[in-house]
Design a protein around this ligand. Structure first.
Ligand code: SF4
Length: 378
């Protein structure tokens, strides 16, 4: 068995019943076709087992994972039969439809459910276009909260100009629904851009607002915890010089698309769909045609291109003073590259500096283990 853990980022079925205005998949041709392409759990499990990988973290977070929940269950069972240790399953769902499989999974292994909800209906209507559907989703959320073991559930809030000025209300709303924690992330682009055309202003405003909201976060408020929404991932990725790209915590990760093609990450997949000629090196292979070894060998070619793309992203975001991602990866990154965390902060723009005290203050209320538990998988 190989001595590393694989973060398996899987897109099991390219379908979703919702029509979010800012859906990043829908903006890419062929990324969300509703054609019900299904990734085969048996072929994928065999592919991993043939590579003698000993440990796997599974992330399912594209399209609507509830539509492929049985496939996820079958994947986990098959991997276990092959002797692969499945360490956790991380699922991002809109809570529509409800799947009893996720609570069942939580009895078998660490299962984290992140539910995308942006606030009450008047805010969430860009995700869910009818009050009736929104109520159904609320019901489903309550069911998940009641049935998931250890309640490893968080709300994943996309911050747009619709809820930006109401983050405290959104927070109260989520608390009212019973969420133990939430994660706020600024929208990468999309609705705020489409609505106002002032993306840069929006991002600047977010930086200040986030700082404001978080500086008012009370240390004793343990019932509602918000791990980091504005951080340094882009910077981390942009500087990453290891072949294990997209991987600040030195875990090897691959993204597998519904048709079995393998890419370094979802961003690489989406770029490839937009421009296959220019991004051909992002296509690492297919689980139907290539061994894990072959795919792994092609990482190096893709890494240069990814790095270039990430640098562009760093520049784009640092203009606005926001670097997206998970800040808790910062310490691992600094250690790996033998630089101080201060050095990394100095490279960030003044707006990031503005957010920094509030974020650090918040961070100091958690142990690293807690952050890893609450936060993003990698
Ligand atoms: S729930 Fe996710 S996949 Fe479905 S439309 Fe919304 S953003 Fe897209």
């Amino acid at each position: 068995m190989r001595d590393f853990s694989l973060a398996l980022d899987v897109y099991l079925k390219d379908a979703c019943p919702l029509r979010c205005k800012y859906c990043y998949l829908r903006r890419h041709p062929h990324a969300l076709t509703d054609s019900n392409r299904n990734l085969s759990p048996s072929v994928l499990a065999r592919w991993i087992a043939d590579a003698s990988i000993s440990k796997v973290y599974i992330n399912v977070r594209y399209g609507e994972p509830a539509l492929s929940a049985r496939g996820l269950y079958s994947l986990i069972q098959r991997l276990r039969l092959y002797g692969v240790d499945v360490l956790s399953a991380n699922v991002v769902t809109s809570a529509f439809p409800y799947s009893p499989v996720f609570p069942l999974l939580s009895t078998l292994l660490t299962t984290r459910l992140q539910i995308s909800v942006d606030g009450p209906y008047h805010v969430n209507r860009f995700r869910v276009q009818s009050p009736k559907l929104h109520s159904r989703i609320e019901e489903n959320i309550r069911k998940y909260l009641a049935h998931m073991r250890d309640s490893k559930i968080s709300a994943a809030v996309t911050v747009t100009d619709l809820n930006l000025n109401r983050l405290q209300d959104v927070r109260q709303y989520l608390e009212g629904l019973g969420f133990p924690r939430a994660m706020f992330s600024p929208v990468d682009d999309g609705v705020s851009f489409v609505l106002s055309g002032r993306y840069g202003d929006y991002l600047l405003q977010s930086a200040e607002l986030f700082a404001d909201v978080f500086s008012r976060w009370e240390r004793g408020e343990s019932t509602f915890q918000a791990p980091i929404m504005a951080g340094l991932n882009s910077l981390l990725y942009g500087n990453y010089s290891e072949p294990e790209i997209c991987n600040p915590i030195r875990r090897t990760s691959v993204f597998v698309a519904p048709d079995g093609r393998v890419f370094p990450c979802i961003h690489a997949y989406l770029l490839y769909l937009l421009d296959p000629d220019n991004y051909s090196s992002f296509l690492l292979g297919s689980i139907h045609l290539d061994s894990f070894e072959d795919v792994f060998d092609r990482f190096a070619d893709a890494a240069d291109l990814i790095r270039e793309f990430r640098y562009m992203e760093v520049e784009r975001f640092s203009e606005y003073g926001i670097l997206l991602g998970c800040e808790f990866a910062l310490h691992d990154f600094a250690q790996l590259h033998n630089v101080s965390t201060d050095y990394i902060y100095q490279r960030a723009s003044p707006q990031v500096e503005k957010v920094r005290p509030a974020v650090l203050d918040l961070l100091s209320t958690f142990s690293k283990d807690e952050l890893l538990r609450f936060g993003w998988q990698y």
